[in-house]
Design a binder for this molecule. Structure first.
Ligand SMILES: [Zn+2]
Length: 302
């Protein structure tokens, strides 16, 4: 694999031509290799903030915040990349934090994320600049795209928690209320909901919802037809999912994955990656008119 050290990422964040700088299939790093960007050419961007294992001494331990390690989510992100390359012949955009969450939390705003430490702030800026650059390149190529922020939870209910920007109790509202703009405008899926081609409740838990498609592949999820209203505790979608799903012409969500059967073994990570590809292939075509075809990526009309 070609590896290119990238010392100019922060400058790139302020350049409108940033997206043109990255070559699909190449790997780019921020300062000291703390942040890794596997550049892509598919209309799909995935980030993994909490699977970092490195403990550089120059970054102090943060004292306030959440420090839970999302075990094997970095490895899961890499398995997803391998699967997408094998199935499509093209590359997803993947952004990974390689440092421990105790040092840096890329899924928080910068004050909590970096605790005022300059080098941690630089890595945080690089992480989000790489995602921004990936999104820009997707919109330039396809007109729109889809974003996933990947996590791992330790809740008792072993299912995927899909974070869309709503608290659990919102899903218990009557359909007529959920289908109103003041609800779906809060959603990470607002780009799709706004088209009016599908009701918001169907997008949340109907037969072509993300949760339904993952359940069909053997991965219980919520919201979904199987569990339309999440229980508690439930991760509702954090800083990154909200920020990068609000980018123009982007929709997205957060996946909080259970461990067993999803990310605990290499074989299970491969199974999950296969299911995610199958799900996104159907979902992106149905809701955004984007193809993840077996012989290359492109718009549905060619
Ligand atoms: Zn996490």
């Amino acid at each position: 694999m070609l590896v290119v050290r990238c010392f100019f990422v922060v400058a790139l964040a302020f350049s409108s031509s940033a997206a043109e700088t990255f070559t699909p299939g190449r790997t780019y790093f921020g300062r000291s290799n703390y942040i890794e960007y596997l550049a892509g050419d598919l209309p799909f961007v995935l980030s993994a903030p909490h699977g970092g294992r490195e403990k550089p001494a120059e970054l102090p331990d943060r004292e306030k915040g959440t420090f839970a390690f999302d075990t094997n989510t970095q490895e899961l992100a890499r398995a997803i990349r391998d699967e997408f390359i094998a199935r499509s012949g093209h590359y997803p955009h993947i952004i990974i934090s390689r440092v421990q969450r105790r040092k840096l939390d890329c899924n928080r705003e910068i004050v909590e994320a970096a605790a005022g430490h300059k080098l941690a702030e630089q890595s945080w800026n690089e992480y989000h600049a790489f995602i921004d650059a990936a999104q820009k390149s997707v919109v330039a190529k396809y007109g729109k795209g889809f974003f996933i922020d990947l996590h791992g939870h330790g809740h008792k209910d072993a299912r995927l928690e899909l974070g869309l920007g709503h608290n659990a109790d919102v899903y218990a509202k009557p359909d007529a209320e959920l289908n109103k703009p003041d609800i779906y405008e809060q959603s990470t899926l607002r780009l799709i909901a706004r088209t009016g081609k599908i009701s918001y409740t169907a997008l949340l838990r109907g037969p072509t919802s993300f949760g339904a498609l993952m359940e069909k592949q053997g991965f219980p999820a919520t919201p979904s037809p199987g569990k339309p209203v999440p229980g508690t505790p439930y991760f509702n979608g954090g800083y990154t999912a909200r920020r990068h799903s609000a980018v123009e012409n982007f929709a997205g969500l957060q996946i909080e994955s259970n461990s067993k059967g999803v990310r605990d073994t290499e074989a299970n990570r491969k199974k999950f990656a296969t299911a995610l590809f199958n799900t996104l292939k159907t979902y992106l075509d149905a809701h955004l008119g984007l193809k993840l075809s077996d012989n290359g990526a492109g718009r549905s009309s060619q």
